[in-house]
Design a protein around this ligand. Structure first.
Ligand code: ATP
Length: 428
């Protein structure tokens, strides 16, 4: 099976995190053809479908019959860039319906553009998928997942809403409601200052509601990370910050989102639960131990990612900042205690090299002294949380111990987590 190359970044002592952290490649299950055609060019929600189903081609709408179309002509044809990304200029049209305002983001699959929807008279976010077969196929799966999620939504399931999709100049374009910045972008622009605990609680609750909803539908997101959680609103307030950060020693204020409302995005790696799933999923920092050890994974891999995300929101920094499997496992042991022997004994042939006599081969197997130091530097989970959280620390530590259980069969479920005492407390 084809795998995308892993793009991970070398260690530096300053900031080991790239702007957008790429997930490991994905294995795309075959999409049944009939299904793909069925959904082609359908507008979702209450606006009727307007595109003829058929071969992918430049998407056509009856531009002359649409009011104000004189300014709605198509831009000249340009070649895609070397990676298959659509090349565009701000101010141009994307079909006669959408006008490109700005670029909002970029990921493995494509670029996300802020566009004005002339028909609905609102700003939308359009993901323009790379014009390469495997990305096009994966995009069709993402559309299918988004449609399923939308169909079962009974008011606010915290998954981004798809509004429409179409095929334009060999690029699948997915139209979404426009949301605010990702939690990762927010943290980064705030010099990685932590979120207040009450905000972490609200975000955690919504995130778990979203995951519980997906898991009920037997869907697994597999790529939960702060980049894929967007604040609904970009508004923020500045509050005094008593903890002086080494990254911004002169700043006594930090930004806090005005509203805690979030939505989860990027269902490009979402899959239905199956018994035999063992290929590598998730972006490195949020990857569960059973995935790394090749033990097979299921919905509980999302729960592990939620645990890592909640810690990151409390501290401002990714919990496991690593780019390498053995170091990653050693970091887990440092923070959470030893991996259970029964898991280490069942590792697949790729992970065998990390284990020696039923134990992690650490520090013997370390690649460098820096690596050993990076692991040593990490505190135990309890200490880490106590350093950053002033109240609710006990409840939060207990919840995290459930979310970050090594054995996936013992890991707390999203529904159980929502009943945890951490979420019973009202925000201050
Ligand atoms: N609905 C939206 N509203 C606002 N911004 C968005 C929206 N959807 C995506 N973005 C921005 O675009 C970025 C890339 O989107 P997305 O994660 O869906 O792309 P991707 O190519 O699938 O990414 P990945 O490499 O993680 O698979 C996001 O991190 C976010 O900054």
């Amino acid at each position: 099976m084809e795998m995308e190359r892993v793009f991970e970044f070398p260690h530096t002592h300053m900031d080991r995190r790239p702007r957008k952290r790429a997930r490991l490649g994905w294995d795309v299950p075959e999409t049944p053809k009939a299904q793909v055609e069925l959904f082609f060019g359908q507008e979702l929600g209450n606006i009727s479908s307007y595109a003829p189903s058929g071969v992918p081609s430049e998407h056509t709408t009856s531009s002359l019959s649409v009011k104000g179309v004189a300014r709605n002509g198509s831009p000249p044809w340009r070649d895609d860039d070397k990676d298959g990304h659509y090349t565009f200029a701000v101010g141009e049209n994307l079909t006669s319906r959408y006008k490109i305002h700005s670029k909002m983001g970029e990921g493995t699959f494509g670029q996300v553009l802020e566009c004005w929807d002339r028909e609905r008279k609102e700003m939308v976010a359009i993901k323009i998928v790379r014009g390469i077969k495997k990305y096009r196929e994966a995009a069709m799966i993402e559309i299918e997942m988004l449609q399923q999620l939308g169909k079962h939504d009974i008011g606010g399931n915290r998954c981004v809403q798809i509004r429409n999709w179409f095929d334009y100049r060999n690029h699948i374009c997915i139209v979404f409601e426009k949301l605010g910045p990702s939690l990762y972008d927010f943290l980064r622009k705030n010099n990685y200052r932590s979120f207040p605990i009450d905000l972490v609680r609200e975000i955690g609750r919504q995130l778990l509601e979203c995951i519980a909803f997906m898991h009920d539908l037997r869907m697994i997101h597999t790529d939960l990370k702060p980049e894929n959680i967007l604040l609904v609103s970009p508004d923020y307030v500045k509050v005094p910050d008593y903890k002086i950060s080494s990254r911004s020693p002169n700043s006594y204020f930090k930004k806090v989102p005005k509203s805690s409302a979030i939505k989860v995005i990027d269902f490009g790696s979402t899959t239905y639960e199956r018994v035999d799933q063992s290929y590598i999923v998730s972006t490195r920092h949020y990857r569960a131990p059973e995935v790394i050890l090749g033990l097979g994974w299921s919905h509980s891999c999302d729960i592990w990612s939620v645990g890592c995300i909640l810690v990151e929101l409390c501290t401002g920094e990714a919990l496991f900042q690593t780019h390498e499997n053995l170091e990653h496992l050693a970091m887990m042991e440092r923070v959470l205690g030893p991996l259970p022997m029964h898991m280490l004994k069942r590792v697949d042939r790729h992970a065998e090299k990390y284990v020696r006599r039923g134990k992690l081969d650490w520090p013997v197997g370390a690649t460098s002294r820096e690596s050993i130091k990076a692991v040593m530097k990490l505190p135990r989970l309890q200490n880490l949380i106590m350093q950053h959280v002033d109240h609710s620390a006990g409840d939060l530590i207990h919840l995290l111990q459930g979310l970050l259980r090594y054995d996936p069969s013992e890991r707390i479920t999203a529904k159980e987590a929502l009943r945890h005492s951490f979420f019973m407390r009202r925000s201050h």
